[in-house]
Design a protein. Structure first.
Length: 288
């Protein structure tokens, strides 16, 4: 199953962008902003045991809503819509959502059909395997079955390049899953030998396991993954507003509070910030 091609998405943009209303004007007129979030990607967006839709991405989206309310001096209703790796780009392109917030890597191919905010998260791709697995690095995937998200084009390309360059030799078999939680289920059922995605996602999978100690994350980063908020093309004022809201959230210290809640040492998914990530946030907080 192949993800939407760049050509198809470009056609969708061409046929809709000419008639697209300015998003900030629409939000002011309707008092509503539509945002896409993940439902099975802990801790970016997921349904908790109480049936509540929560996560790092949702809290970050609320900060943008707060900024909208300040700009327009009135309440703004946040409408949450589910998205997954396959639907996240089309939902933004076709105007169903004004923004997609999850774990989406900024890539040049995606930049051809959507826009992105400034990067707000930095991670890298690794492997999740059973604790007793002999797989310790990407080289050990030779001849094995490795799972990954069907819409995670950066990860799919990363594995392809690893095979082409001889890092994984002989080649491994790629098994695609619509959602990361389905991929983890496939790993638990023995359908694959390893699951490959960003470390932040893998850490979220481990904490959802019945026995977290039965799993381990291995391998050095195969790729670096800068995440951005997915935004529609040709909406420069909206993109600038979102970037300003992100920078304000970082400079005010609120971003660090949100990160600590979801990734800090006392959280369900402890993931210390790398030095590279800290440097990124410092650079983003510099502009006045």
């Amino acid at each position: 199953m192949r993800f939407f091609t760049v050509t198809a998405l470009a056609l969708m943009i061409f046929t809709t962008s000419a008639f697209a209303e300015d998003i900030l004007e629409k939000i002011e007129r309707t008092g509503t902003v539509n945002m896409g979030f993940r439902e099975g990607s802990r801790p970016f967006g997921y349904i908790n045991s109480a049936g509540e839709w929560v996560g790092f991405g949702i809290d970050l989206g609320q900060e943008i809503v707060n900024a909208l309310e300040t700009r327009f001096n009135k309440p703004i209703r946040l409408v949450k819509k589910p998205m997954n790796p396959k639907t996240r780009i089309p939902l933004v392109v076709n105007g169903t959502v004004d923004m997609g917030i999850g774990s989406t890597t900024i890539t040049l191919a995606r930049e051809e059909v959507v826009d992105f905010s400034l990067p707000y998260f930095l991670t890298g791709s690794r492997l999740l395997v059973p604790a007793d697995s002999s797989i310790k690095s990407f080289e050990d995937l030779a001849g094995k079955r490795v799972g990954m998200g069907s819409g995670s084009t950066a990860n799919i390309k990363g594995i392809d390049l690893a095979m082409e360059s001889g890092i994984i030799k002989p080649a491994c078999s790629k098994v695609l899953f619509e959602e990361h939680n389905k991929g983890f289920l496939g790993l638990q059922q023995g359908k694959i030998h390893a699951y490959f995605t960003d470390e932040s996602q893998l850490a979220g999978m481990v904490v959802t396991a019945k026995d977290p100690k039965a799993w381990k994350i291995v391998g050095n980063y195969l790729t670096y993954e800068p995440y951005g908020l997915i935004l529609p093309e040709n909406q420069g004022e909206w993109r600038d507003f979102v970037n300003q809201a992100l920078i304000h959230t970082i400079k005010s210290g609120r971003f660090e509070e949100i990160y600590t809640q979801w990734f800090g040492p006392s959280s369900d998914v402890p993931l210390p910030m790398s030095q590279e990530y800290k440097t990124l946030l410092k650079a983003l907080s510099y502009p006045e």
